[in-house]
Write a protein that binds this ligand. Sequence first.
Ligand code: MF3
Ligand code: CO
Length: 289
Amino acid sequence: MKIERNDPCWCGSNKKYKTCHMNMDNKIKAIELQGHIVPTHDMLKSEKDIEGIKESSKINMAVLDAVGEMIKEGVSTGEIDDLVHDMTIKMGGIPAPLNYNGFPKSVCTSINEVVCHGIPDYNRILKDGDIINVDVSTIYKGYFSDSSRMYMIGNVSPEAKKLVEVTKECVELGLTMVKPWNFLGDMADVINQHAKDNGYSVVVEIGGHGVGLEFHEEPFVSYITKPGTEMLMVPGMVFTIEPMVNMGSSRIYTDEDDGWTVYTDDGLPSAQWEVTVAVTETGYEVLTW
Ligand code: MF3
Ligand code: CO
C-alpha cells in the first residue's frame, strides 16, 4: 500500500511521512533505480531500537573487559566460557551463541590458526605466544550486540603481533567509510586493501551481518567487495564490521568432527576484531568495541 505525504511515517515516530522519512525514501528509490542494492525498511532501526542495542552493548563490552582482566597463560578457554556465561547472566543478559544452531558454548574462542567459531574447552590451555579472538554476542531485553577482540598471551612473535594490529587498523579504516550514501563495498575495499598492503588476505566466505533484533540479519557484510558495490548505507542500519585477516592464504576449512571450528588451510595464524556499528545522519556510531 502506498504511503501518502500526510500519513504517519512507517518508522513509528508519530511524525507525518512528509516531515520524516519521505525525502530519504525518495533518494533511496532513485539510487535503487540506478541499479544499486538498497536496504528495506525493516533493516532501519528506530531510535528506541538503537537505545536497546546500546544497553545490550554495555554488557557485551563489560564482559570483554572482564575477559581482558583474567586472560593469560595457563587459563583454559573453558574458563573463559564460564566467565562470559556467568557474567552475562548476572547482568541480566543471555549469551547469544549458547545453543545457536546447536553451538554448545556461550562464546567463541579462536586461537592462532583458528579463524573463527572455536569451541571453548577446559583442555585447551592458553600458552605463551598464543593470539586469541574472543567473540562475545549478547542478548538483553531482546536486543542483540556482537563484538570481539584479540588478546595476546605473553611473548607473541612480532609477526603475529603485527597481524593483530593490522587487523584492528582494518576495522578502524572500515569505520571511516561508514556514512549515509556510501556503499558497503566502499568500506570493504579499504579493509581489503590495507590487509593486502601488509601481505595478508581477507576471508571470503564468512563476513559480517546486520544485527540488533536478531543475531544475524540482512545484509551479509563482505570485506572483499569493490567500491560502489553492495548495499547502500542509510541512517538506521546497524551491522558488524568483523574482517577475518589471514597471515597467508585466504583459504579456510571447517572441522568435520565438531562442525564449527574454522581453520586456515595453510595453518598460518588468523586475526579478527569485531564492532557493531550504526549508520547515523552524519556518519557512524560504534556501539560495541
Ligand atoms: N559471533 C559470531 C559473529 O560474529 C557468530 C558466532 S555463531 C556461533 O557473527 F554459533 F558460533 F556462536
Ligand atoms: Co558477528
